[in-house]
Design a protein around this ligand. Structure first.
Ligand code: FCB
Length: 452
């Protein structure tokens, strides 16, 4: 047995979910359609042809789900609020019944001694706003501020921690350029507009959240980017990829500027997007940065392909898996050292911002045994090895304050539908029965011991 690694006092142990992935009840209590409703109902968009219409039916089963979180001993629970429940048409009337749901959820967490960590935007833009241009329109940031104000008016007295956006990089580049996520556009200029307007949306809601006592941050997807080979071309490509993947949102927020090389590379595609004063507002201090970490990315230099159906292929690099690296059911490499190395590098570049790991986890082809149990040794090993990596980063001086497993429940994994299971709790979709997997039991032990 390796020595047990104890985490600092007060380290927060949590699990994360997102509204569209678990709630279902898409027509309940005045909710309006989001871009993910429209996208998932479009044939060919979701691998298994599924939608989030029912998902985990968490909208009706939230109390039992919070009981599960309490049984695991979690300190904190990260969830997202669905904008189309709160303002069904994006910037019109506030729907009180939508807010009622989150009111019950927040109280339910507090009653169970679990800290609510609320994300304002985890990808479910009201479709009515997309019909008016979506995130490619600057006015989307103003609509977001109105929505945030309505949420804060109702929940601001009880939510101690807010996250403005989840993975704006994915919203912008996968939603508006690659088109693999809602709204499914394939236009790089739109993606760059969307990325700036998402940053602006973050900036616009910061002063609103600052009227509360809460700690406020943003969650970014990050990856440890390495050159595939030691060639100067691959090393150069990896530097650019690092700016695109890890710098495009972190640098404006934490430094007040877009990363130089990447911005120069985009050149005239960025014309007219950034207005006077935007970057100062985007650079407002945050209390923590949320990092979602899943994979290391190995990058090879290529000639950009402007004729590809994916506009992102115009970039002069590709991710490629080196031989012999084990992969999850998503085909994602399992390389926990990448998390440690990324955290050390990130905190060297941004030394004063505390870090929360707001997502980390893995999908595997789980099997349910005859007795109903789910033994998932790969997920348990992924969890343990990544927690060891976090502990090593802390030992090296990185200020990591907490860890949220993705995900509490198996759920609607976006373009993959229900085929990919990330939960530490198994969901049998036909019956909606929940079964904690072996990984959940192991996680509960780690949480109780504050050690891995
Ligand atoms: C992240 C998303 C989250 C989940 C995981 C697997 O990019 O934030 O909703 O889908 O990936």
């Amino acid at each position: 047995m390796p020595p047990s690694r104890t985490f600092p006092d007060g380290f927060a142990w949590g699990a994360a979910t997102a509204s569209y992935q678990i709630e279902g009840a898409v027509d309940a209590d005045g909710r309006g359609p989001s871009i993910w409703d429209v996208f998932s109902h479009t044939p060919g968009r979701i691998r298994d042809g599924s939608t989030g219409d029912v998902a985990c039916d968490h909208y009706h089963r939230w109390a039992a789900d919070l009981d599960l979180a309490a049984q695991l001993g979690l300190d904190a629970y990260r969830f997202s609020i669905a904008w189309p429940r709160v303002i069904p048409d994006g910037d019109g009337d506030v729907n009180v019944r939508g807010l009622d749901f989150y009111d019950r959820l927040v109280d339910g967490l507090l009653e169970r001694g679990i800290r609510p960590v609320a994300t304002l935007y985890h990808w479910d833009l009201p479709q009515a706003l997309e019909d008016r241009g979506g995130w490619a329109e600057r006015s989307a940031a103003d609509a977001f501020a109105r929505y945030a104000q309505a949420v804060v008016d109702r929940l601001g007295d009880r939510v101690p921690q807010w996250i403005t956006l989840n993975e704006p990089w994915v919203s912008a580049f996968v939603g508006y350029a690659s088109g693999r996520h809602a709204p499914g556009r394939t236009n790089l200029r739109d993606a760059l507009l969307a990325s700036h307007h998402l940053l602006l949306a973050h900036a616009r809601v910061m002063p609103i959240l600052r009227t509360t006592e809460a700690r406020v941050g943003v969650t970014l997807n990050v990856s440890h980017v390495l050159p595939l080979t030691d060639s100067p071309a691959d090393r150069d490509a990896a530097e650019l990829a690092d700016e695109q993947v890890n710098g495009w949102f972190a640098d404006p927020i934490l430094r007040g500027s877009y990363p130089d090389r990447m911005a120069a590379w985009y050149g005239s595609l960025l014309d007219g997007i950034v207005r006077h004063g935007d970057l100062e507002a985007i650079h407002a201090p945050i209390d923590f940065i949320g990092l979602n970490y899943y994979v290391r990315t190995h990058v090879r230099a290529v000639r950009g392909d402007a004729s590809s159906s994916d506009p992102m292929d115009v970039l002069p690099y590709r991710a490629e898996l080196p031989d012999g690296v084990p992969t999850t059911a998503m085909g994602w490499p399992v390389e926990p050292d990448g998390l440690r190395d990324f955290l050390i590098a990130f905190s060297a570049s941004h030394p004063h911002v505390p870090i929360l790991i707001t997502e980390n986890g893995s999908a595997w082809d789980d099997t349910v045994a005859a007795d109903g149990s789910v033994d998932d040794p790969e997920r348990t090993a992924y969890l343990e090895s990544h927690l060891v990596a976090v502990h090593e980063a802390i030992a090296a001086g990185v200020d990591v304050r907490g860890y949220f497993a993705w995900s509490l429940l198996d759920n609607f994994e976006w373009a993959e539908g229900y085929a990919k299971r990330f939960g530490i709790v198994h969901v049998d979709y036909p019956t909606q029965r929940r079964t904690p997997k072996a990984s959940a039991r192991r996680y509960a032990e780690i949480v109780a011991a504050n050690a891995v």
